[in-house]
Design a protein around this ligand. Structure first.
Ligand code: FAD
Ligand code: SF4
Length: 494
């Protein structure tokens, strides 16, 4: 522990951001670097706890508490305080293949469970992680390290999101020949085509890591959907093992009156086409513009927030986010104690930008859409909404009940459905003949990752349902370990 009294002497500080009214003019990342002195001071706030809840990734009440990849947080906080950045990076890479991704996009369950957070604002763990990773890239400490010896084993990884990339990186480091199949035109999964550029830069951050993986010997085969362009059967014959990392990509629909109208899209159609247009330098046929439009986003979660930020950068006329749940409290409620993930009200980047543009948080809480209204040409022109309250039905289950007299008609030229995901797409899972769990995910135990077919492993959102980048990395690493054990009879992978 660098400074035993640091937590009493220093206040929490986080990195500055470009002001909302300025950053909406472009697609650049908006977090600014924190000066080195400030980072060292923040590292000094860590108490090096006997039981560092920050790094003990657990699931409590269905949510992550502590770091899911078990980052050695107190160790690198201390190293940063001492200015030993290269050693801090080495510690960070022991548990996390891609700290530059989590340092940017992770909601930081580590900070939610930080012991200092019981009485004070928690240590700024995420910002320190980001800074260690970026210092590593800037200083040239992150370079390709191909394995010194190769085995004769071939592994196919299906899907190139964070789970697939982590699995590929680990299996390649163990000397296996790894081919990653991806149906999109670029690898990265939701790192490339889900999370918008202003949160995670595609060329400078995602591609930078993909280049290293390729130079280490991982082969990427894009524009190739397994089960369609290559049969699942052939893949099983050709490779010694298969790791399935296909994500949870089936979006939840809203089958209310008017759903067939033009101008109503799933959030991912909007976000994917937008990022592709930025990368290609021109809008494709599937590009959906929000420019000059009244936009209504159904769903107040993170995907909805990304739609808000993207619509504002397009130059929308207005934006409303419809959220069926109540507004969370300003501070933890009695039923949500430390070290649980704090379910508290926060303005995320998209809401801050909407407030800067239009004067207010765009979220309408305890509200649901009842009908989409169209014009004579079949284009959506409004969303009918009503406020709800949560009551119990005859079986004691919570159900939304409309509040009479609260009906509204919200103008809408573009409606984006961001209500979560219902699990992985089924055709490939069925073609492989894999068992599923009750939620249509691939059936495999966490930490085992073995499916009902020997030699086929599953990791990430296709196994656990839509989750977080950090869980996907955790699972990809774990599946690689078990795959290596299957191939070699033993494993040294963590
Ligand atoms: C809009 C959005 C924003 C998000 N923002 C955040 C965030 O800020 N922070 C965070 O922690 N999490 C965020 N998440 C969640 C996070 O991105 C996911 O939990 C994570 O990417 C899951 O990783 P994965 O590797 O399991 O799957 P994915 O990233 O979904 O990757 C799966 C890949 O498999 C490919 N694939 C599917 N089927 C086939 C096939 N048959 N053949 C070949 N390829 C196939 C898909 O094309 C895709 O590229 C966000 C999710 C969304 C939708
Ligand atoms: S819980 Fe917080 S104070 Fe304790 S070791 Fe982790 S980061 Fe440091």
């Amino acid at each position: 522990m660098g400074k035993p009294t640091g937590f009493m002497e220093y206040l929490r500080e986080v990195a500055q951001e470009v002001a909302p009214a300025d950053r909406i003019r472009n697609w650049d990342e908006f977090h600014l670097h924190m000066p080195e002195d400030s980072l060292r001071t923040q590292g000094a706030r860590c108490m090096d706890c006997g039981t560092p809840f920050c790094h003990t990734g657990m699931t409590i009440s269905g949510m992550a508490s502590g770091c899911p990849v078990n980052n050695l947080i107190p160790e690198w906080n201390d190293l940063v305080y001492r200015g030993l950045w290269e050693e801090a990076l080495e510690r960070l890479h022991k548990t996390n293949n891609f700290p530059e991704f989590t340092g940017r996009v992770c909601p930081a369950p580590c900070e939610g469970s930080c012991v200092l957070g019981i009485t004070n604002p928690p240590v700024t763990i995420k910002n320190i992680e980001y800074s260690i990773a970026e210092k590593g890239w800037e200083s040239g400490w992150i370079t390709p390290t191909p394995p010194q010896q190769r085995t004769d084993k071939k592994v196919a990884v299906i899907g190139s999101g964070p789970a697939g990339l982590a699995a590929a990186a680990q299996l390649n480091s163990a000397g296996h020949w790894v081919t990653v199949y991806e149906r999109a035109d670029r690898p990265g999964g939701l790192l490339m085509y889900g999370i918008p550029n202003m949160k995670l830069d595609k060329q400078q951050v995602v591609q930078r890591r993909l280049d290293v993986l390729e130079a280490e010997g991982v082969t990427f085969v894009c524009n190739t959907e397994v089960g369609k362009d290559i049969s699942a059967e052939n893949l099983l014959k050709e490779f010694d093992s298969v790791v399935l990392c296909t994500g949870s990509t089936k979006p939840r629909d809203l089958p209310i009156e008017g759903r067939e109208l033009k101008g109503i899209h799933f959030a991912m159609e909007f976000l994917t086409a937008n990022t592709r247009s930025l990368l290609d330098g021109y809008p494709g046929n599937d590009y959906i513009s929000a420019a000059g439009k009244d936009v209504v986003i159904i769903g107040g979660g993170d995907t909805g927030t990304d739609c808000v930020g993207t619509s504002i950068r397009h130059g929308c006329n207005s934006v409303t986010q419809v959220e069926i749940m109540p507004q969370p409290p300003e501070t933890r409620s009695a039923g949500n104690p430390w070290p649980e993930w704090p379910k508290v009200y926060k303005m995320d980047y998209g809401q801050e930008e909407a407030a800067a543009m239009f004067g207010d948080d765009p979220r309408a809480y305890l509200t649901t859409a009842t009908k989409f209204e169209g014009d004579e040409q079949g284009n959506v022109k409004a969303v009918h909404t009503v406020q709800i309250q949560w009551g119990k039905d005859e079986n004691g289950r919570f159900v939304p009940q409309n509040v009479p007299g609260t009906e509204k008609v919200v103008p809408a030229h573009l409606v984006l459905l961001a209500m979560g995901f219902l699990g992985p797409e089924q055709p490939l899972i069925d073609a492989l003949g894999l068992e599923k769990d009750g939620r249509s995910n691939v059936k495999a135990e966490h930490e085992q990752y073995t499916t009902s077919i020997p030699g086929v492993f599953a990791a990430g959102d296709c196994r656990r349902g839509q989750s977080l980048v950090v869980w996907a990395i955790n699972e990809g690493r774990g599946a690689a370990r078990e795959c290596d054990r299957y191939l070699m009879g033993t494993t040294e992978l963590p």
